[in-house]
Design a protein around this ligand. Structure first.
Ligand code: PRP
Length: 211
């Protein structure tokens, strides 16, 4: 009986992460991609999975509301939560990119306006390049920003590239690759070491198998 509470990012990572946990031997009979349920219990291993908005996963884990979590590296880099990052799960793969109109690459010698859900990542990136920025924090549909003249470019994750393409935008620069990570609360890793180690070993061997 493991008695573990895992917070899992809703959205693009959720179904692949649930599949990994099922491949580890967990059973979630009432889970389906279409379900609107937010909590799932695996009675076999006593693991509870809570589906939360991706930026909330590190918050749940850092505060101990969850012992562990599965969330994208983009969120971990943006929020810098005080948690242990334990396994690269190689799911939810995409790239953090600078994007905009193909024929309107901005002049980096002048101040540029950037629309993004990731203001810290954006600031760090352009600071390193010595580019002055005005960063506009958005919460979604970031591709709209250059189209409506809110920003010169955007910084966002690109997976298939479909959203950019269908909105007439292109990747200007790939910044770095992203994938989902298994993270743990620092106290839980001590108090529930065996339980968390079981998940690390099980997930780790699945990831190696798929590589
Ligand atoms: C993300 C991201 C892009 C899109 C990229 O948005 O912000 O808009 O997915 O995926 P693609 O390259 O496969 O098209 P998300 O779907 O999370 O929705 P949001 O805009 O509401 O944040």
């Amino acid at each position: 009986m493991k008695n573990l509470n895992i917070a899992l990012a809703k959205g693009r990572v959720a179904s692949a992460a649930m599949k990994l946990l099922i491949d580890c031997g967990c059973e979630f009979p009432d889970y389906s991609k279409e379900s609107r349920k937010l909590i799932f219990h695996d009675k076999k291993n006593n693991i509870k999975v809570t589906l939360v908005k991706s930026p909330d996963v590190p918050v749940y884990v850092e505060k101990g509301a969850a012992d562990a979590g599965i969330v994208g590296k983009d969120i971990l880099l943006e929020d810098k939560a005080d948690v242990y990052e334990l396994v690269n799960l190689n799911i939810g793969k995409c790239d953090m990119c600078v994007a905009g109109f193909a024929d309107k690459k901005p002049d980096y010698s002048k101040k540029i306006t950037v629309g993004t859900k990731y203001p810290h990542i954006t600031r760090d990136y352009f600071n390193k390049l010595g580019v002055l920025t005005d960063i506009i924090k958005l919460n979604g549909s970031v591709e709209l920003a250059p189209i409506i003249g809110l920003s010169d470019i955007i910084v966002d994750i690109v997976e298939s590239g479909k959203t950019l393409e269908e909105n007439g935008l292109v990747v200007h620069e790939k910044m770095f690759p992203i994938s989902a990570r298994f993270i743990a609360n620092k106290v839980s890793l001590k108090t529930k070491f065996e339980e968390i180690q079981w998940v690390i070993d099980s997930l780790g061997s699945l990831v190696e198998r798929d590589e």
